[in-house]
Design a protein around this ligand. Structure first.
Ligand code: AMP
Ligand code: ZN
Ligand code: MN
Length: 906
């Protein structure tokens, strides 16, 4: 970016002659000379303006981001309830009950109205005061809006019109709603009360209250899109004009004909976001609704008096005939209410726009020589424009005009100056046609992301999906240049899912070609131990300014919602907006780890079909860390597939031995026991032995004993002898009995676990059925099938990290708070960790000699071991070997100790 800008700045002193010469090269008729001179001036002015803007932008942005949105505030950024976001996902309509299909929520009410043949259209009772008073009601807060609802509920009919803003928004939004009763004009500031507009839903859906619109086709849909407001019982004065075969059907015509007032419809195109709204716009807006009730009344009486020429009887029209026109107007009006808002969907982003630009161009210019290059570039630019418009919540037209796309594709400019000149030139050319020619800068989207053009233009990849992913990553990705908002957040998550799926299928292809035997045992393992539902819910929390704060689990969201500290902004996936200013953001010292959407895939290889939690810092150490260092360390719990788990675990076990010798604190305590005693292996023993002098871990012991009990007779004699040696070692080298094997299963277990195992074994021994014995597999550390089949894995031990796959652990608990649950049960797992006092002694040593820094360094070493063991390619961005682990919790944080205690009691 910097070098292109420098280049741009050095070339601004030369007016971009090449492009103006193109123009000069065309026919030089004298009447065109003025136009050309003007164009040159315009282009020169544009160049200087652009250069200045650039210089400013460069100064401003040297620190973080180059996107104009970091400094420009748009009114929609304050909206907290966004029903239609800019993603490619379909729009979700209001669901009145959970089981109803995705149809119009008021379909049956509307159909009832459609079928009515007799209607009462008595809009005005007696003479109506048509003149517009000086006063109107500006509705811009909740109490005023509720007041309006009260008023409307008492009416049998009211008139409505809406004003939209569409240039600086991708889908457009309602900027004003005008509602007129016979007594009052209300202007609803739908920017101020955007999030609570649902309050008006019931009155608009009330079939007993008629809503008069003029040309409601769009309004009906816009109200659904922005507020889930559905119009039921509509009288459309434009439809009435059609039924009456009026010479014109515009509101201006009706106003003039019936009310004798003239309006200037050019106000339609004004920027309705302005606040305060200029007085002339207020007047125009009121007028659009104020006279509608009167006009409707006039039209209804004409409809009633219209003679039905198709009527069979000649002299006296029957009652049915009398209502023929009224009911036809009614039918046509309410048919509009059945429309549903949908987002335009297309096979590939921007491609319908590209197709129409190309076909228009072919019509105008015929087949030119560089046709395919031209068309490819149009497609790439349209794809870019589509995504950038969605990301920044701007209209396509605002981002880059169709004309500019054509010009860029024709001229293929390469420098930023040439690109800008080409765009301004194209827009000046349109303005000439409109005889409204002020030099126009390329849009702020183009200006602040000019470096995109070099690769969109030059890039030879014609796979639009790849361009799409690239742009998305660059702008919205974890280190992207553009701000997240409620409008674009789901753009990112949807694309994430798509790309990770692609990787997964590749991995599977490779994995499944491995040995069949191994596959079978692995599948059993997966089935037993992998997480049964997605671990990460990826619920989102936004700050009160719409910035994404973090992804988290459902329980955390509910915590904030229950305390009225947040507002629900989306239901699927769940998203909330905090109503207070969180302390520090993102919550972790500028580390973007916590604002990652965590993928439910293996961080090692991307496998998505099965995964389990893996603790990077082995539990035997971590449980002895000071509380504040071990809480909520989602950073050091990752998802891995079974294969990566095996690799990582095996490396960790080797590294533990290294730690043991480095610190002089052995892993196992060797103890000779009497076979008649049930004893503690680890406990508080202080007898420290040197490693490798015959110590045996409880887990190794249990594994060997279990294997001998279950498979002993069928085992290769050599293997049986090896396992017997393991058990013998434990019993001091003496011969061992069946009973010794049974007892060895209990070594190192807590009383609870012992009871559990005894109970199970009791049953299985009584039945002496190997099938029942096989059910013991779900006891931690007895995963013998996989241990025995692992000819290629030297360590039969499935030790300390196994607690991560405890299937009894609540599945689906989230990335942060899941740890609370794990720690609540960890004391009972202590005895399973299998290394006696080793872990505690190491941690005590570190704390005593190096303090917390020692613990942090120690954690870093384990992260390094993990990284080296599986070379993870799918770690969340922001995951870092040097992650310090320091987090500060704000006053309202769910993790603030002051808040945590009462929450837990509930
Ligand atoms: P109206 O139904 O005339 O009140 O128009 C409602 C909204 O539709 C306006 O606020 C504009 O956003 C949009 N609109 C209607 N007609 C035009 C037009 N000719 N050009 C641009 N926008 C229009
Ligand atoms: Zn941007
Ligand atoms: Mn209007």
């Amino acid at each position: 970016m910097n070098c292109t800008l420098t280049h741009f700045n050095t070339s601004i002193h030369k007016p971009p002659l090449s492009s103006t010469l193109n123009l000069l090269g065309l026919k030089m008729e004298s009447k065109d000379k003025l136009k050309i001179a003007f164009t040159i001036t315009c282009v020169a002015v544009v160049s200087i303006l652009m250069a200045n803007k650039f210089r400013k932008q460069r100064k401003r942005k040297q620190n973080v981001s180059s996107c104009y949105l970091t400094s420009e505030a748009k009114p929609q950024h304050n909206f907290k309830r966004i029903l239609a976001n800019n993603s490619y996902a379909p729009f979700k309509h209001l669901k009145l009950n959970e089981n109803s299909p995705d149809l119009h929520p008021y379909e049956s009410e509307i159909k009832t109205i459609l079928e009515k043949s007799e209607l009462e259209f008595e809009f005005s009772y007696g003479i109506m005061d048509m003149s517009m008073s000086d006063t109107y009601v500006w509705v811009d807060d909740e109490s005023k809006l509720k007041g309006l609802v009260e008023v409307l509920n008492k009416e049998r009919v009211f008139a409505v019109d809406t004003e939209q803003h569409s240039l600086r928004s991708f889908l457009g939004f309602t900027a004003l709603i005008q509602i007129s009763t016979r007594d009052e004009d209300y202007l609803v500031d739908t920017i101020a009360v955007h999030d609570i507009m649902g309050i008006l839903g019931p009155v608009f859906a009330n079939p007993n209250i008629c809503k008069v619109f003029h040309g409601a086709d769009n309004d009906v849909i816009w109200l659904q899109r922005d507020f889930h407001i559905y119009v039921v019982n509509l009288f459309d004065t434009a439809k009435a004009c059609d039924v009456l075969s009026k010479p014109q059907r515009s509101l201006a015509y009706l106003l003039e004909t019936y009310c004798g007032v003239t309006t200037n419809k050019l106000y339609q195109r004004e920027d309705w976001r302005q606040r305060p709204l200029p007085i002339d716009m207020v007047e125009y807006a009121r007028m659009d609704a104020h006279y509608l009730l009167y006009i409707a009344d006039c039209l209804v009486s004409e409809l009633k008096n219209q003679r039905n020429d198709n009527s069979a009887s000649e002299n006296s029209a029957s009652l049915d005939d009398k209502f023929y026109f009224v009911s036809e107007a009614n039918r046509r009006s309410n048919a509009l209410c059945l429309q549903l808002f949908t987002k335009d969907l297309e096979a590939s982003p921007g491609q319908s726009a590209a197709a129409s630009i190309i076909s228009r161009h072919l019509n105008d210019h015929g087949n030119s020589t560089n046709n395919s290059q031209f068309q490819d570039l149009v497609r790439r630019l349209c794809s870019w424009r589509d995504l950038m418009a969605r990301m920044h919540d701007e209209s396509l037209k605002y981002v880059l005009s169709d004309n500019a796309i054509v010009s860029l594709a024709e001229k293929v400019p390469s420098t930023p100056t040439d690109i800008c000149t080409t765009i301004s030139q194209a827009d000046i050319d349109i303005d000439f046609l409109n005889s409204n020619s002020t030099p126009r800068l390329p849009s702020s989207v183009v200006l602040s992301h000019l470096d995109d053009f070099s690769y969109v233009i030059k890039n030879e990849i014609n796979n639009l999906d790849d361009i799409f992913q690239l742009i998305l990553k660059k702008h919205l990705g974890p280190n992207g240049s553009c701000p997240f908002s409620l409008y674009n957040y789901s753009l990112l998550s949807k694309a994430d899912i798509k790309s990770s799926k692609r990787f997964v299928s590749k991995e599977n292809g490779y994995k499944f070609s491995k040995k069949v035997a191994r596959k079978a045992s692995r599948e059993l393992f997966v089935q037993k131990f992998s997480c049964k539902s997605p671990v990460y819910h990826n619920c989102t929390i936004y700050a009160n300014d719409g910035r994404l704060l973090c992804y988290c689990d459902r329980r955390k969201l509910e915590w904030y919602l229950q305390r009225d500290l947040a507002k629900l902004v989306d239901e699927d996936p769940l998203a909330i907006m905090l109503l207070f200013e969180p302390k520090g953001r993102p919550e972790d010292e500028g580390n973007d780890f916590y604002i990652q959407s965590k993928k439910n895939i293996c961080v090692g290889c991307g496998e998505g079909n099965h995964y389990l939690r893996y603790r990077i810092i082995p539990s035997c150490y971590r449980i002895h860390f000071p509380e504040h260092l071990k809480s909520h360390r989602s950073h050091d719990i990752v998802l891995v597939c079974v294969d990566c788990h095996e690799k990582a675990h095996s490396s960790a076990e080797k590294y533990k031995k290294k730690v043991a010798s480095e610190f002089g604190i052995p892993l196992f305590v060797h103890k000779v026991v009497n076979s008649n005693e049930e004893q503690e292996v680890s406990g508080s023993s202080t007898s420290v032995l040197k490693l490798g002098d015959g110590g045996v871990s409880p887990l190794e012991l249990r594994t060997a004993a279990m294997a001998l009990i279950r498979h002993g007779p069928r085992m290769p004699p050599q293997r049986r002898e090896e396992l017997k040696q393991v058990v013998k070692k434990y019993y001091g080298g003496r011969d061992i009995s069946e009973e010794d094997l049974e007892k060895a299963l209990l070594v190192g277990m807590s009383p609870h676990e012992k009871r559990r195992l005894k109970k199970k074994r009791g049953i299985s021994l009584n039945n002496t059925s190997s099938k029942n014995i096989a059910s013991d597999d779900d006891i931690k550390g007895t995963n013998l099938d996989s241990a025995l089949n692992k000819n290629d894995v030297c360590e039969p031990e499935n030790g300390s990290n196994l607690d991560v796959m405890d299937p009894s652990e609540p599945n689906g608990s989230g990335n942060l708070s899941s740890e609370g649950a794990v720690f609540a049960t960890c004391s009972s797992k202590l005895s399973l960790l299998g290394h006696g006092p080793h872990g505690k002694q190491v941690v005590d040593y570190l704390l005593k000699n190096h303090g917390e820094k020692g613990i942090q360094d120690f954690c870093q070493r384990w992260r390094q071991v993990f990284v080296e063991s599986i070379n993870p390619r799918f770690l969340p961005a922001g995951w870092d070997v040097t992650h310090s682990g320091r987090r500060e919790f704000g006053d309202f944080s769910v993790y603030n100790p002051a808040n945590k205690a009462p929450a837990a009691k509930r």
